[in-house]
Design a protein around this ligand. Structure first.
Ligand code: UDP
Length: 479
């Protein structure tokens, strides 16, 4: 077969668990739908959480497979309960990955930046496999971060709560020092400062042009080559894929759908802080009081809270709260994992209280649901600016403190009055909320068009495949 016409061999090396793993698996599935031969590289334990959807893809004729890296007996990375943190050391995978690449020589490898050793390991093989980076965030947040490193505007303010403008961006974006991670304030930053431009072949971004076009263009000016191919979660089309994405939900999907079916359109607020964040009990208590005072119906996904020894885990709930919401059918609390895509796409859901993780942000956008923004860490304070100030599809709860979710720097809890006010502002259906809902629906249409045949993300995926084919030398043909 001609080397330019045989399918491209694309390897995907997602991070192990957490919010980073999901989009790269979706992306591998999406590229397989474009005709690429996609291989997902992971560990035996982590493969368990997504092997069913890959099997379904194979049964429908897609060329996608999982390659598990062989590790010493009994060894794996962290727990597989989606809790591997971004700083988890995965370098035990280095040798098996190198061996695989030497043998398979794919047309490219797309790897999560959180495998911090991977870029050097792949480059040092010296066999010219194009390395494409996946950072997990969007273009806007990337540009904010780059200019933060470049201009250090946070050094020019006197207090942690005095706003500063991030210089030289297409829009006026203000942040405060309290909303930045300590490593930025202390002048640190990643070893490879600009992840998108560190000698790699380019980057793939889970986003779409119409969402943040000014920042896509700005990135081009910075010299960062990126293919925006999202929202990749839209590749989950069947109920089974949505219900099992990440892991099987802690609540049966049919019972949650039945509950939602009994609710009025746009009447339910969905609340989730992502795959990893754990809020302190004092904060959960304020949320519970605020929700109850708002009178609105909700689905609230809570993980296990931080608790002192001997303390009852449920202590954070106001007395009788759960009985009251069950009796009045006002709310559901999910302890553990929720089938987020199924819930967000249900017509009864009218708002999403989110920590502004990039996946959740895009999933809210794709579902056309306006948001209440409650950033906690990572680049979430930047994502809040995009949602509230630029896209105008959300209201802020008023979170000011980076790192609240890790239990190490609890900061001041956001009070119940603020929670109630934000919920009412979005869910009482005033003119402002109606306008946000209209805009959110419009964006959702654009998101869907972007991944459909001829859409911007569809074309970008095709362009990357073509570029990989074009750079093949005739002698690298495997046929
Ligand atoms: N997620 C889910 N169910 C949950 C919690 C999270 O399906 O109960 C998914 C969610 O749909 C999203 C991802 O986990 O795709 C979380 O990623 P995000 O970037 O929003 O936040 P992170 O977990 O990285 O903080």
């Amino acid at each position: 077969m001609d080397s330019k016409s045989s399918p491209v061999e694309m390897f995907f090396f997602p991070f192990v668990g957490g919010g980073h793993q999901l989009p790269l698996i979706d992306m591998a599935r999406m590229f397989a739908a474009h005709g690429a031969n996609s291989t997902i590289i992971t560990t035996p334990k982590h493969a368990l959480s997504f092997q069913n959807s890959i099997l379904r893809d194979q049964q429908s004729g897609r060329t996608i497979s999982i390659h598990t890296l062989q590790l010493p007996e009994g060894v794996d990375i962290a727990d597989t309960n989606m809790s591997a943190q971004i700083m988890t050391d995965t370098s035990i995978l280095q040798e098996p990955l190198r061996n695989l690449l030497l043998q398979a020589r794919p047309d490219c490898i797309i790897h999560d930046f959180a495998h911090r050793w991977a870029a050097d390991a792949i480059d040092s093989l010296g066999i010219g496999i194009p390395r494409i980076i996946f950072s997990g965030s969007g273009c806007f947040a990337h540009c904010v971060q780059q200019n933060m490193f470049k201009f250090k505007p946070y050094e020019k303010v006197d207090s942690d709560y005095e706003p500063f403008v991030v210089p030289d961006l297409p829009d006026r974006i203000e942040l405060t020092r309290s909303q930045l991670p300590m490593f930025v304030i202390n002048g640190g930053g990643p070893k490879r400062k600009n992840l998108f431009n560190d000698g790699n072949f380019g980057s793939v971004v889970n986003s779409f042009y119409e969402l943040e076009s000014a920042y896509v263009e700005y990135m081009k000016e910075l010299g960062d080559k990126a293919w925006l191919v999202g929202p990749v979660s839209l590749c989950n089309r069947d109920v089974a894929d949505k219900a099992e994405r990440g892991q099987k939900g802690s609540i049966d999907e049919q019972s949650i759908l039945n509950w939602l079916n009994s609710k009025e359109p746009h009447s339910v607020l969905y609340i989730s802080f992502g795959s990893a964040a754990r809020l302190p009990p004092e904060q959960l208590l304020e949320i519970a009081y605020g929700l109850e005072a708002s009178g609105h119906t909700f689905i609230w996904v809570v993980g296990k809270s931080f608790k002192s020894e001997g303390e009852n885990e449920e202590n954070w709930l106001p007395s009788g709260f759960e009985e009251r919401i069950e009796e009045s059918k006002k709310g559901i609390i999910i302890r553990g994992w929720a089938p987020q895509l199924l819930i967000l796409e249900h017509g009864a859901v009218g708002g999403f209280l989110t920590h502004c993780g990039w996946n959740s942000t895009l999933e809210g956008v794709s579902a056309g649901v306006p948001m209440i923004t409650w950033p906690l860490s990572a680049e979430q304070f930047s994502n809040e600016k995009l949602i509230v100030n630029l896209l105008k599809i959300g209201v802020k709860v008023g979170s000011m403190q980076w790192g609240q979710s890790w239990g190490t720097t609890p900061g001041e809890a956001v009070g119940r009055e603020k929670v109630e006010a934000a919920v009412r502002r979005l869910m009482d259906e005033g003119d402002e909320a109606a306008e946000m809902r209209r805009k959110a629906k419009e964006l959702a249409e654009k998101a869907k068009q972007a991944v459909e045949h001829g859409g911007s993300s569809y074309k970008n995926a095709e362009a990357l495949i073509q570029e990989l084919k074009t750079r093949r030398r005739p002698e690298t043909s495997t046929q």
